[in-house]
Design a protein around this ligand. Structure first.
Ligand SMILES: C[S@@+](CC[C@H](N)C(=O)[O-])C[C@H]1O[C@@H](n2cnc3c(N)ncnc32)[C@H](O)[C@@H]1O
Length: 216
């Protein structure tokens, strides 16, 4: 599965699964995907809505012992991530392009994930868009099913209304337990800032971070 190919983005040969170049490669797979075929026996971390992938790449470089799978519906962001994965020859990063509600639900075994991270997702402020919100009880329930016992669901938002809604949504999923005494953290628990986070910091917005742990 992992073979050396000409890097389509330039820079010579790179060891990379060929189908990783196509956002919908996962459609050829039996679902849920046997991720160990691609990533070995590593713990699995998923980032949902990774944007252009800077945070995902930084985390993957910091934790080569962990397999990272990014889910993003924005094609340009997906391509940017792949370009860096290829240029840097990273073997512990995979990505799938599509809607995270579908992909997280179908592509992962129940109880198989070490973490699911959602950084600054689109807010979808209108009521008719509510079902698309990632910071929702519906999405948290899917994530909770996919987490192993002790696995973490992590989220961040710049918007105080969505922070409040996220807190209520977490409260609606009893198997998720908050890891901090305060309703949310106002300082980032991560060693890297995401692209949007840097923007919000420059604008002086208050940020809200959540870490919950799955308990069966
Ligand atoms: C505001 S951007 C933040 C990007 C990045 N996480 C950051 O912090 O820089 C939100 C991203 O979430 C993605 N997104 C929102 N809903 C999604 C969904 N249901 N499935 C996949 N990606 C989604 C969008 O395409 C967009 O790239």
């Amino acid at each position: 599965m992992l073979e050396c190919v000409d890097n389509p983005f330039g820079g010579g040969e790179v060891a990379l699964p060929l189908r990783l170049m196509h956002g919908d490669w996962w459609k050829d797979e039996d679902l849920p995907i046997a991720w160990e075929r691609y990533l070995g026996a590593r713990p699995l971390a998923v980032e949902v809505g990774f944007g252009s992938g800077e945070f995902l790449l930084a985390m993957a470089k910091l934790h080569p012992e962990t397999g990272f799978v990014g889910i993003e519906q924005f094609a340009e962001g997906y391509r940017k991530l792949l370009k860096h994965v290829a240029a840097e020859g990273l073997m512990n990063v995979f990505a799938a392009m599509g809607d995270a509600f579908i992909l997280l639900n179908l592509a992962f075994e129940e109880g198989s994930l070490d973490s699911v991270t959602i950084n600054f997702p689109d807010p979808w402020p209108k009521a008719r868009h509510a079902r698309r919100r990632l910071l929702s009880a519906e999405f948290f329930r899917i994530a909770a099913r996919k987490l192993r016992d002790g696995g973490q669901l992590r989220a961040a938002t710049d918007d105080p209304t969505f922070a409040q809604q996220a807190m209520e949504a977490f409260g609606a999923v009893p198997e998720l337990l908050r890891c901090h005494p305060e309703p949310w953290l106002s300082e980032s628990p991560y060693p890297f800032r995401t692209r949007y986070e840097r923007k919000w910091i420059v604008e002086g917005r208050a940020l809200h971070y959540f870490i919950y742990e799955h308990r069966r």
